[in-house]
Write a protein that binds this ligand. Structure first.
Ligand code: ADP
Ligand code: MG
Length: 242
C-alpha cells in the first residue's frame, strides 16, 4: 500500500439536524408480467454523516433495491429518500444524474471496469461529467489511485490486475469525484479472503478520513467491521444488535 495519500478536504456537513440520508416510509413495488413484487415494504431509516453501515439479509430481501434508491438510480414507489435534505422524489432526472455524478460513489460486485482502458483512464472517466481542468483531473486521478495503493499500476488494464486490484481501481473511480457517500453492493463477493482484506483496509481508511460508507454484504467478516449493522429481510429493515 502506498503511504503517499493526500487528505481529501471534508465535505460540507449536512445541517446539524439533518442526517446525511433520511428515508421515510419507503416502498418499492415492481410489476412484471402482471405480478407485483414488494421489494421494500416501508423502510424508515436515517444514516449519519461519517457512519459505516452494513446491510445483510437473504437473497431477494431488497438490499440491491435499497442501494439503488440511496444511489438515486431508482425512485421509490412511495415515501421519501432525502440526501442532505434534498428529496430525490421531487428532483428532475437531470438533477438526479448530477447528484450521482458528484455526490455518490458506487462500487459493484463485478467491478464494472472498462476492459480496454487503463486503471488511470477508468478512474478518469468518472470525472468526465464534472468539467474540471485537465491538470486538476490528472492530480485527482493520481491521488485516488494512491489512496487505494495502486499508484504503480496506473497504466495497467483490468485484465492485467488481480481481482482485489480491480476492485481497488473501482473504489478509486468511485472516490475520485469526492462523493458524500460510498455505496457498495457485495464489493467482496467475487474475491478470496486475502483480497477481501485488501478491500477492507481501503474501505476502513476511507471511513476514517470521513467518508460515509453503506455496504451490502453476505460476508459477516465485512459486516463485522461496520459501526452499524442493518438487516433487510422481505423488504423490512431492522437494526442488528450484537
Ligand atoms: P437482494 O439484493 O436483497 O437480493 P433485490 O433488491 O435485488 O434483493 O430484490 C428484491 C425483490 O425485488 C426480489 O423479489 C426481486 O426479484 C425483485 N426485483 C428486483 N429488481 C427488480 C426489477 N427490476 N423488476 C422486477 N422485480 C425486481
Ligand atoms: Mg442484490
Amino acid at each position: 500500500m502506498s503511504e503517499t495519500q493526500t487528505q481529501q478536504p471534508p465535505r460540507t456537513p449536512a445541517a446539524a439536524s439533518e442526517a446525511l440520508y433520511r428515508l421515510i416510509g419507503v416502498t418499492r413495488v415492481y410489476s412484471q408480467r402482471g405480478r407485483t413484487v414488494t421489494a421494500l415494504a416501508g423502510v424508515d431509516v436515517e444514516i449519519a454523516e461519517g457512519d459505516f453501515v452494513s446491510i445483510q439479509g437473504p437473497t431477494g430481501g431488497g438490499k440491491s433495491t435499497l442501494l439503488q434508491l440511496l444511489g438515486a438510480l431508482e425512485k421509490p414507489t412511495s415515501g421519501s429518500v432525502k440526501l442532505a435534505g434534498a428529496d430525490f422524489a421531487s428532483a428532475s432526472s437531470a438533477e438526479l444524474a448530477r447528484t450521482r455524478a458528484e455526490e455518490i460513489g458506487f462500487v459493484f460486485q463485478g467491478f464494472n471496469l472498462i476492459p480496454t482502458l487503463t486503471a488511470r483512464e477508468n478512474v478518469d472517466a468518472a470525472l468526465e461529467p464534472l468539467g474540471l481542468p485537465k491538470t486538476e483531473r490528472q492530480a485527482r486521478v493520481a491521488e485516488a489511485l494512491a489512496h487505494v495503493g495502486l499508484a504503480d499500476r496506473a497504466d495497467h488494464r483490468p485484465g492485467e490486475l488481480s481481482g482485489g486490484q480491480q476492485q481497488r481501481v473501482a473504489i478509486a473511480r468511485a472516490i475520485v469525484k469526492r462523493p458524500r457517500v460510498l455505496l457498495a453492493d457485495e464489493p467482496t463477493g467475487n474475491l478470496d479472503e486475502a483480497m477481501r482484506d485488501e478491500i477492507l483496509v481501503v474501505l476502513e481508511r476511507l471511513n476514517a478520513d470521513g467518508l460515509t460508507l453503506v455496504i451490502v454484504t453476505h460476508d459477516s467478516a465485512v459486516a463485522g467491521r461496520a459501526r452499524r449493522r442493518l438487516r433487510l429481510e422481505k423488504g423490512t429493515l431492522r437494526e442488528v444488535t450484537t
